[in-house]
Design a protein around this ligand. Structure first.
Ligand SMILES: C[S@@+](CC[C@H](N)C(=O)[O-])C[C@H]1O[C@@H](n2cnc3c(N)ncnc32)[C@H](O)[C@@H]1O
Length: 300
């Protein structure tokens, strides 16, 4: 199954064959099993190896195009939610391809593989909590893995894209990643949503760079967390993409937002563009992926 997908990716874009094969050779057994299970699930939902390869290629090409724009102009193409909402989040065809392609980057892009490990290892180590909330689960792979880990008694998620909500519900109820507890996935904008806390864990994977006011997102997350609760988030620096509207320029900038929201970073995962040091990536303004585990600071 994976071999068929790699073959289709190679057919679609020959330059991707070797990097994808190299990435596959580094996956742990459980990651390979998850990839196989997810591909089988996607195929059972009407995809073919060719359409999944096209989804992966869409993300690769969109990212390259935005990198070229970024190098030329020194900024991301879009800066407001309105710039991207209808073409991305509310376009069912585009969003489905995008989320499926993004799910595959979690197995094929070195930094995404490591960030996924960082998130799941942290979830496995944290004390089990009563309630877990995920914001922007997208394809739903992290959400399903968290539910499988059983890091909470109950699981909820919020995503503003109807396509993401449908993808999550499909995956969660499919049994593809094993029998999972019920997860309530809501379609809403996190900032406008009527949500009752407290939660012991809030997860935001690759969301802060997608919103106009990440500061308000983090403040809202802090409000919803119990004292002693944890926020797990990933984001990126100098990393253009079609729907990245908040351009973070340094790790410190993101950490300052977390601190100002009342969240103390207790673990970080900083991943410069593969092959570069952080200083080299910063000097060349090449992407840096970051992940944080932050604990709520007691309210004054
Ligand atoms: C890039 S995907 C991230 C998917 C997954 N969490 C990951 O780490 O790969 C971003 C997701 O956040 C959702 N999102 C963006 N803005 C949001 C908002 N204001 N409220 C809730 N979800 C939002 C998008 O619809 C999309 O599903």
């Amino acid at each position: 199954m994976i071999e068929e997908l790699v073959e289709a990716i190679g057919q679609k874009n020959p330059r991707q064959r070797r990097p994808v094969e190299a990435a596959l050779s580094t996956l742990h057994d459980e990651e390979r099993r998850d990839l196989s299970a997810w591909v089988r699930h996607a195929l059972s939902r009407g995809n073919s190896a060719t359409s999944l390869a096209a989804a992966y290629d869409l993300v690769v090409r969109d990212t390259l195009r935005e990198q070229v724009y970024f190098r030329r102009h020194g900024r991301y193409r879009h800066t407001s939610f309105a710039d991207v909402a209808s073409d991305v989040y509310f376009s069912p065809v585009y969003m489905q391809q995008y989320m499926e392609g993004l799910a595959l980057t979690g197995f094929f892009w070195e930094n995404h593989v490591v960030l996924r490990r960082f998130l799941l290892h942290a979830l496995a180590r944290l004390p089990r909590v009563r309630r877990y909330l995920e914001v922007g689960p997208g394809h739903g792979l992290h959400l399903a893995a968290a539910a499988r880990l059983g890091c909470a008694e109950s699981f909820e998620a919020i995503d503003l894209s109807p396509t993401s909500v449908a993808l999550c519900n499909d995956l969660l109820t499919s049994g593809a990643l094993g029998a999972l507890p019920a997860v309530h996935v809501r379609e809403a904008d996190f900032l406008g949503a009527d949500v009752d806390g407290p939660f012991g864990i809030v997860v935001m994977g690759e969301v802060l760079e997608h919103v106009e006011r990440p500061d308000l997102f983090l403040v809202r997350a802090r409000e919803l967390l119990s004292d002693g609760g944890h926020l797990l988030c990933t984001t990126c620096i100098d990393a253009p993409a079609i729907d990245h509207i908040r351009h973070f320029r340094s790790v410190e900038e993101v950490e300052a937002l977390l601190f100002d929201a009342g969240l103390d970073v207790i673990e970080r995962c900083v991943l410069p563009h593969p092959g570069l040091s952080l200083a080299e990536a910063a000097a060349q303004r090449l992407a840096v992926n970051v992940g944080f585990v932050a604990r709520t600071r007691p309210r004054a």
